[in-house]
Structure formats: structure tokens, C-alpha cells
Design a protein. Structure first.
Ligand code: AMP
Length: 191
């Protein structure tokens, strides 16, 4: 099994690079943001619980997020591996994910951090907003989501770095070049 985490602020290019990783390595993609959006769109019990907090650009509680993540992993017992996207965002989530992987006899092999500056991210999201009109990219919530990443979420990275599981890739530049860099990193992993 090959289990990876793609990490970076909103607008870093995680979606594009995830698609390529899924295709190249046959990974099962689990995006907690997509799952939460599905629940709110379909007005499930969970969706009703998290809607307000998502709309404000804040993080959903660890308990709710970890439970949803576990359930999704367990739905895919035959997966060749997983690509986690948008998770973990706290050290407690990272530890819960390690425990889950261990219980399955596997582990997180690497965290691929797409390194992008705050300024670049703001410019990219402004462009994407014009094209997609995503509700949670509305400018009043945008600041919150970006701040959340640069002030809080990044603190997960040292957890992986200390264990030699962090691979940082420059996320600014040509999309194909970034993909090649990620590919090189993944190919070098001992699986
Ligand atoms: P994303 O598309 O990954 O930016 O996620 C959209 C929203 O879903 C976030 O702003 C949070 O409210 C919520 N969310 C997604 N993943 C997590 C997570 N790992 N922990 C807590 N909240 C999350």
C-alpha cells in the first residue's frame, strides 16, 4: 500500500496534483473538504451540524472529522493506497490517522507539501472565484480560510518533518514541472 497526504493552502493546486497522483498510482482519494461539502449539499444530519462552521471558514471539530474520515477509509477495504487531501489539519488528526493506518498494518509514507506563498494563493483564488463562484471562496470567508491555514494548519508539518516523512515541493511554476517533481519524490519512497 502507498499512502500519501497532499498538503497546502486553499488554491495551492492540490486538486490538480491529486488527480495526477490518483491516476499514476491508483490511489483512493479522500478529501475531507469534499466530503463535508457533499454532506451540506445533501442536507444530511452531519451536514446540518457542520454547515455553519464551514460557512465561517473555521475548522470542524476533530471528533467529527476523524469519525467521518475513518468511516470513509473503512468503506474502501480493497484500496491499493490512499491519498488524503485536506486531512490532517491538526496534530490530533495526524495522530489519529497514524493509529488508523497502523491498525490496518500500514502507514503514511509521506506528506507532500505544495509550498506556495500567501500572496500567490490570494491571487490564484481571486482568479478561480471569477470562474467557479464557489460559495466558500467568497471574499469575506477567504481571509478566514487562508489565515486558518497559515496560522494553524501549517503547525501539523513539524510533526511529520521530525519523523522524516515530509516532502516539500515548490508549488509555484509550471503545473507539469510540479507534477514531475512530485513524481520524483514519490518514486524515491520506500514502500
Ligand atoms: P477544504 O476544501 O479542504 O478547504 O475544506 C473546506 C472546509 O471543510 C474547511 O474550511 C473546514 O471547515 C472543513 N474541513 C475540511 N477538512 C477538515 C479537517 N481536516 N478538519 C477540520 N475541518 C475540515
Amino acid at each position: 500500500m502507498l499512502n500519501l497526504i497532499i498538503f497546502g493552502p486553499p488554491g495551492a493546486g492540490k486538486g490538480t496534483q491529486s488527480e495526477r497522483l490518483i491516476e499514476n498510482y491508483g490511489l483512493c482519494h479522500i478529501s475531507t473538504g469534499d466530503l463535508f461539502r457533499w454532506h451540506t449539499k445533501n442536507d444530511t444530519e452531519l451536514g446540518q451540524k457542520v454547515k455553519e462552521i464551514m460557512d465561517s471558514g473555521q475548522l470542524v471539530s476533530d471528533d467529527i472529522t476523524i469519525a467521518m474520515l475513518k468511516e470513509e477509509v473503512e468503506k474502501n477495504p480493497d484500496a491499493k493506497g490512499f491519498l488524503f487531501d485536506g486531512f490532517p489539519r491538526t496534530v490530533d488528526q495526524a495522530k489519529a490517522l497514524d493509529n488508523l493506518m497502523e491498525s490496518m498494518g500500514t502507514k503514511i509514507h509521506s506528506v507532500i507539501e505544495l509550498k506556495v506563498t500567501e500572496e500567490e494563493v490570494r491571487q490564484r483564488i481571486a482568479k478561480r472565484k471569477e470562474l467557479e463562484n464557489r460559495v466558500d471562496d467568497a471574499s469575506d470567508k477567504l481571509d478566514r480560510r487562508i489565515s486558518e491555514y497559515f496560522n494553524k494548519t501549517v503547525h501539523v508539518l513539524p510533526y511529520y518533518e521530525d519523523q522524516g516523512r515530509l516532502s516539500t515541493v515548490n508549488g509555484i511554476g509550471d503545473i507539469d514541472d510540479i507534477s514531475k517533481e512530485i513524481d520524483k519524490t514519490v518514486s524515491a519512497l520506500e514502500v
